[in-house]
Design a protein around this ligand. Structure first.
Ligand SMILES: *[C@@H]1O[C@H](CO)[C@@H](O)[C@H](O)[C@H]1NC(C)=O
Ligand SMILES: *[C@@H]1O[C@H](CO)[C@@H](O)[C@H](O)[C@H]1NC(C)=O
Ligand SMILES: *[C@@H]1O[C@H](CO)[C@@H](O)[C@H](O)[C@H]1NC(C)=O
Length: 549
């Protein structure tokens, strides 16, 4: 039995029936009382507003003739301050103007005897790996240019020297990551296999560098560069091999300053973080400018090499992100579609461009059942629907529909390349959680397609040292969400205003794209060169002597 049933509830208290009776009999007095109260409230609000302004000293200034706009909403500041004038010396500001080099270092590339060079077959195999970056950087620096009108800023013309005596730095064409990739492919992905990389490859190359020329010994390797674009940097090799390379600076793709053991491979004061290569751009040579226009807006229809009929006839030869593929020549000119005809009829410039309609994109997996937090710090478990069984994908013990269920979220495990490129071109934000390491190659695909990266538990606020962080303001073209707010990602993105998004998007296009490994301008080498200048204090004069007294 419940304690009170409807019938035995206590009667209303005497005070309440008194009030009700008075409302009936003295209606006039009640109305007057309420009107008075209302007047008090209104007067009080006006009073607060005046006080706020005078607290800022506005009325004092107004007496002296300075006028303020008081007709504003209460939650606005109510005063517009003037923007600061431009500084006379722009170099007082960071980030720097990247078109002005700090210094112009010269880099010599060792010529190894054929017996010590990476076999051509191994190199071609490596083009399909994420370690491709070491081959690309070598090629950009050392290979003579094939282009008829090369930019004078191309690294082969501006940085490379064939004369070691005039060199400031030395590049060792030692590619152990590619060697291991080829080895693992042959061994059916048995990653404990080494194919004699230490005694058969690294050590003979390092011996050659030490013994045939005086330059390594001169600096104990300090002005030498060796690429190590693997997750554990030089951690795959024996102590003897590592000791042989130890004196040099490494070009690494994973900059990690988390506590050991996670951050123990990255040597903060010596190594340079470079972007990793990506399958889409650096292996399949998908050109973003066949999907977006020169301002980074999506094209209604992909052009040039993206035309499926063209692909069978012309094989692109290099990575390009600053120039569209050569225009459709007569033979395979696309017949204009109804849509493009219609847009021509409507007329006007920019009519072939489209808007980005997808809020956030992600392509990638969730790891394996045994990975636990080792993979993506568990963050990707939020991306896909979960039934709460932590031993099946997406390995979450909570029941949730996954970000993939939300409108505007384009999330899937994988896509075919052209399809992914089309979707990237139409996405505003790209989710970038960690994988097995903080760094993931998709960041560079986002930048190349004008997509604003959203670091979740990774990136500049999560202990990841971004490429060229001394020269490039990553925060100006990305969003960083800490791991403990990963679940708020959809809310955080929904709150980004149109103005703020446009500011980020422009910076991706102007600055972020410079960090992507491409084959024409070689911007990545220009950024590496800035870091090299700092290492030797080249172009950074000590400045005039300062007298303090
Ligand atoms: C550099 O030093 C090593 C010993 O540390 C020596 O074996 C090598 O011959 C030296 N290189 C040259 C060019 O003198
Ligand atoms: C590399 O050099 C540092 C000193 O600069 C030394 O402490 C470290 O043990 C060396 N590592 C190897 C693998 O030789
Ligand atoms: C979770 O999934 C595993 C693997 O499919 C299955 O063996 C197990 O019974 C499931 N647990 C629950 C509570 O459903």
């Amino acid at each position: 039995m419940p304690k009170y049933s409807r019938t035995d509830r206590p009667p209303p208290p005497a005070s309440l029936s008194l009030l009700v009776r008075s409302l009936r009999t003295r209606r006039r007095s009640w109305i007057l009382l309420l009107a008075g109260l209302l007047a008090l409230v209104v007067y009080g609000r006006i009073g607060t507003r005046t006080t706020t302004l005078s607290a800022h000293g506005a009325s004092e200034l107004e007496r002296r003739g300075v006028r303020f706009d008081r007709e504003r909403d209460e939650d606005e500041v109510g005063v517009d301050f003037p923007p600061l004038p431009e500084l006379h010396d722009r170099d007082r500001l960071w980030p720097p103007d990247l078109s002005k080099p700090i210094c112009k270092p010269k880099i010599y590339v060792y010529n190894l005897p054929p017996s010590l060079q990476l076999a051509q077959k191994t190199a071609s195999q490596c083009r399909w790996s994420a370690y491709n970056s070491e081959l690309l950087l070598h090629q950009l620096l050392a290979k003579p240019l094939s282009s008829e009108h090369p930019s004078p800023d191309h690294p082969h013309l501006s940085l490379y020297t064939s004369n070691p005596d005039e060199a400031d730095f030395f590049f060792a064409p030692l590619f152990p990551a590619c060697y291991l990739f080829d080895c693992w492919v042959k061994a059916g992905w048995t990653k404990t296999e080494r194919c004699n990389v230490d005694e058969g490859y690294i050590q003979p190359v390092m011996r050659h560098i030490r013994e045939t020329m005086p330059y390594w010994n001169r600096s104990a390797g300090a002005d030498h560069l060796i690429p190590h674009p693997m997750d554990y940097v030089d951690g795959y090799y024996t102590e003897t091999s590592r000791a042989a390379m130890n004196g040099s600076s490494y070009l690494v793709t994973v900059g990690d300053v988390r506590p050991a053991p996670y951050g123990s491979h990255f040597r903060f004061y010596r190594d340079i973080v470079i972007p990793s290569s990506t399958h889409l751009l650096n292996s399949y040579y998908i050109n973003p400018l066949d999907y977006v226009d020169q301002d980074g807006h999506p094209l209604r229809e992909p052009r040039g090499a993206a035309d499926p009929r063209r692909k069978t006839q012309a094989v692109p030869t290099g990575v390009e992100i600053f120039q569209p593929s050569p225009h459709e020549a007569g033979a395979w000119r696309r017949r204009p579609s109804f849509r493009s005809l219609a847009s021509k009829l409507v007329g006007g410039r920019g009519i072939d461009r489209d808007r980005r309609t997808t809020l956030a994109i992600f392509r990638g997996g969730v790891g394996t059942a045994t990975d636990g937090e080792r993979y993506a710090l568990g963050i990707r478990s939020l991306f896909f629907p979960s039934d709460g069984n932590a031993s099946t994908p997406p390995f979450s013990s909570a029941i949730h529909p996954g970000f993939s269920s939300l409108p505007g979220f384009d999330i899937a495990e994988q896509s075919e390349n052209d399809d992914y490129a089309c979707r990237l071109a139409r996405s505003k934000f790209g989710l970038a959680p960690p994988g097995y390491t903080l760094d993931t190659t998709r960041i560079y695909e986002y930048l190349a397609f004008g997509v604003v990266p959203v670091f979740i538990g990774s990136g500049p606020t999560a202990g990841q040292v971004m490429p060229f962080a001394n020269d490039v303001d990553w925060s100006s073209f990305s969003i960083s969400i800490p791991r403990d707010r990963a679940h708020e990602t959809p809310h955080i993105l929904a709150q980004v205003s149109d103005d703020e998004y446009e500011r980020l998007r422009r910076k991706v296009w102007e600055v972020g794209r410079m960090v992507v490994l491409e084959g024409r301008e070689g911007n990545v080498w220009k950024l590496i060169a800035r870091q090299l200048c700092r290492m030797k204090r080249l172009g950074i004069a000590a400045g005039p002597e300062i007298v303090n007294n």
